[in-house]
Design a protein around this ligand. Structure first.
Ligand code: SF4
Ligand code: SF4
Ligand code: FES
Length: 225
């Protein structure tokens, strides 16, 4: 079993395991949003899991969710440079986020709240103005709701949906307009996703949630066609 040293603490990892999952299993928290343990190629878009690794006496910055552990590698997660980079990445993510925790179904398990706390930051960006868009909530499915205003484009739902051989979900439109949706923007209630609903479970924010958990407001819903 390979071992690695994170900020001076030695831990073990499974062969081929990525730094992020080895750290989390050992109780060391590294902020992360878009990582999926089962994915061979993680989405790698959030840049919150950046760490420094020592290679040949020099430090390199890598994404902990995609970098495999090597025997005795030294990893640094708490440097000033990394903290600043993570804070900037987090502010960018939150500048496009509709912050309404009081009415959010995920407020007790939200990964954004956990990340903000670990970075000692407020959810609301201080340096960037809000670019949150007023997008309609899709309430057309009987079991779950999609609130795109709370989507952070982590790609986990798309990855899980497509990894299961389904193709209901994808990123549609480009750049700032990009959203997770179905082809032709069909409401999710008529897109055919009825079986596993795994993609709802993996959403780290209040963008996808089961109706039984509540948190829904009546405004802006798309009704079942
Ligand atoms: S997803 Fe919900 S709980 Fe999390 S920050 Fe956004 S509004 Fe708050
Ligand atoms: S809906 Fe959730 S899982 Fe999917 S990209 Fe948005 S935040 Fe990520
Ligand atoms: S969790 Fe590694 S880049 Fe997002």
């Amino acid at each position: 079993m390979p071992s690695l040293i994170i900020d001076g603490k030695e831990i073990t990892a499974d062969p081929g395991e990525k730094i992020l999952w080895a750290a989390l299993r050992s109780g060391i928290y590294i902020p992360h949003l878009c990582a999926t343990e089962e994915a061979e190629l993680p989405f790698g878009g959030c840049r919150l899991c950046l760490v420094e690794v020592e290679v040949g006496g020099r430090r390199e910055m890598v994404a902990a969710c995609s970098e495999p552990v090597r025997e005795k590698m030294k990893v640094y997660i708490q440097t000033e440079k990394l903290t600043k980079m993570r804070q900037t990445a987090f502010e960018l993510i939150m500048s496009d986020h509709h912050i309404d925790c009081k009415n959010c179904a995920k407020r007790k398990e939200c990964q954004l709240i956990r990340i903000a706390s670990s970075l000692k930051m407020p959810l609301q960006p201080k340096r960037l103005r809000s670019l949150a868009r007023d997008l309609p909530i899709d309430d057309s499915h009987p079991l779950f709701t999609n609130d795109p205003r709370k989507c952070v484009k982590c790609g986990k739902c798309v990855l899980v949906c497509q990894g299961l051989g389904e193709s209901f979900l994808d990123f549609v439109d480009r750049g700032f307009e990009m959203v997770v949706s179905t082809f032709d923007h069909l409401p999710l209630g008529s897109a055919g996703c009825e079986s596993c609903l795994e993609f709802v479970k993996v959403c780290p924010t209040g963008a996808l949630y089961f109706k039984e958990t509540g948190g829904m407001k009546d405004e802006q819903k798309i009704s079942n066609p």
